[in-house]
Ligand binder design. Structure first.
Ligand SMILES: [Zn+2]
Ligand SMILES: [Zn+2]
Length: 389
């Protein structure tokens, strides 16, 4: 029996076991490293770069923070390298243009793609890897979202965000010294994505109790343990303590692994993600900027916990929803934003999102239960009043 809760992150690569829930859980990632100064310990990951012709992808910032050093090292090791550095002034967008650009730049003989970056670079490289059938390795530069160990790529096509099938990374490598120097907003985003597990796991249990949806206790404990380690050290986030940065990165990887365990994003994504997606899609449709995914999720978590509180008499027995005051206190410790108003979500968009976010995805959450009981209008008015006064 695998002692899942006591494995080190490195030991999770290649995991394959039969679980008490009846399913076999697997991790088709060959190597996971979260360490300090990894370029000085190159032997820990060099064996995974077992190809001749590398296509290295970064953007201006990630090239500076890690890519340049990595490429220098790889050149010294005599690899053939084609590098492509996105030169965007603003945020790089994972759209047709970026995918097309990579297709133009990748050499015909590339045998391994190496991404240096976080969310967008990872999504682009993973998609390219899947379509061209060339493995990819991600060198993470920020603990900002839980997509590192994911196997889908959300892309923006014709102005709409859609999730496309893709593949696992062959390896995930993260240097805590690089991660801790990422912009604080990105670290807060990663922490927000982790806080989202308070409500996503509650939504999952709600659906199990209401609809007998498949549920894996082991997977839930696995995610909760990683989440709670980060929460315990929330105060150390603004000081960029290496300890908590490592815990956030590991929890983000674990969240992705948990999705892989059950085959869909249920453990990691509930109503808080539906709200975050709604806000993001609204901003994309108006062509205005939006917060980072995880910052929205962190706020969505507080909002959803308040919905649970407003519906506490209507919940099935055996469900203990998270306490909004507790979640706000964690946000305060981490010095991260917890109010939708402060995050910059317009009042009308916020109110609409409470009513319509459940339509984004066919997944049972507290929003669906509220809809069935005809409570969404009322809840949206109460919460809009609460946050926007
Ligand atoms: Zn299981
Ligand atoms: Zn997320």
């Amino acid at each position: 029996m695998v002692d899942l809760l006591n494995l080190k992150i490195e030991q999770m690569a290649g995991l394959n076991f039969k679980c008490e829930c009846g399913r076999t859980h697997k991790v088709d990632i060959e190597k996971i490293i979260v360490g300090n100064n990894i370029l000085n310990a190159k032997n820990s990951f060099m064996d995974i770069i077992n190809s001749e012709n590398l296509f290295v992808v970064a953007d201006k910032n990630t090239y500076k923070s890690f890519g340049k050093e990595l490429i220098t090292l790889l050149k010294r090791e005599n690899y053939q390298i084609t590098e492509f550095i996105f030169q965007n002034e603003d945020h790089l967008i994972p759209n047709e243009k970026s995918v097309g650009r990579l297709l133009i730049e990748i050499p015909k003989n590339a045998s391994l793609i190496i991404g240096v970056g976080s969310g967008t670079i990872n999504d682009l490289c993973r998609f390219l890897s899947y379509k061209l059938n060339i493995p990819y390795i991600i060198f993470a530069t920020a603990p900002s979202m839980d997509g590192y160990a994911s196997m889908v790529s959300p892309l923006i096509v014709e102005g709409f965000k859609r999730t496309y099938e893709a593949t696992y990374a062959k390896a995930i490598v993260a240097d805590t010294q690089v991660l801790r120097n990422a912009p604080l907003e990105m670290i807060h985003a990663g922490f927000g994505d982790i806080l989202g597990k308070f409500t996503s796991l509650t939504d999952w249990k709600l659906s199990k109790l209401t609809n007998h949806e498949y549920y894996c206790e082991k997977t839930v404990e696995f995610v909760e343990k990683a989440r709670d380690l980060c929460v315990k050290n929330a105060e150390k986030i603004s000081q960029r303590s290496e300890e908590v940065i490592k815990q956030i990165m590991e929890a983000l990887i674990i969240s992705g692994i948990a999705i892989g365990f059950v085959g869909y994003s249920r453990p990691a994504s509930g109503a808080e993600h539906h709200l975050a997606h709604y806000w993001e899609m609204d901003a994309i449709s108006k062509n205005i900027s939006h917060p980072l995914h995880g910052n929205s999720v962190g706020v969505g978590t507080v909002v959803v916990s308040m919905i649970y509180q407003l519906m506490k008499d209507k919940l099935p027995k055996g469900l203990t929803p998270p306490d909004p005051e507790y979640l706000i206190s964690i946000h305060k410790k981490a010095a991260s934003i917890y109010s939708p108003k402060e995050l910059g979500i317009p009042k009308d968009v916020f109110q609409e999102s409470i009513i319509h976010a459940r339509e984004i995805r066919n997944r049972y959450t507290i929003l669906q239960l509220a809809h069935e009981l005809n409570l969404l209008e009322k809840i949206s008015t109460i919460l809009t009043e609460k946050f926007y006064g």
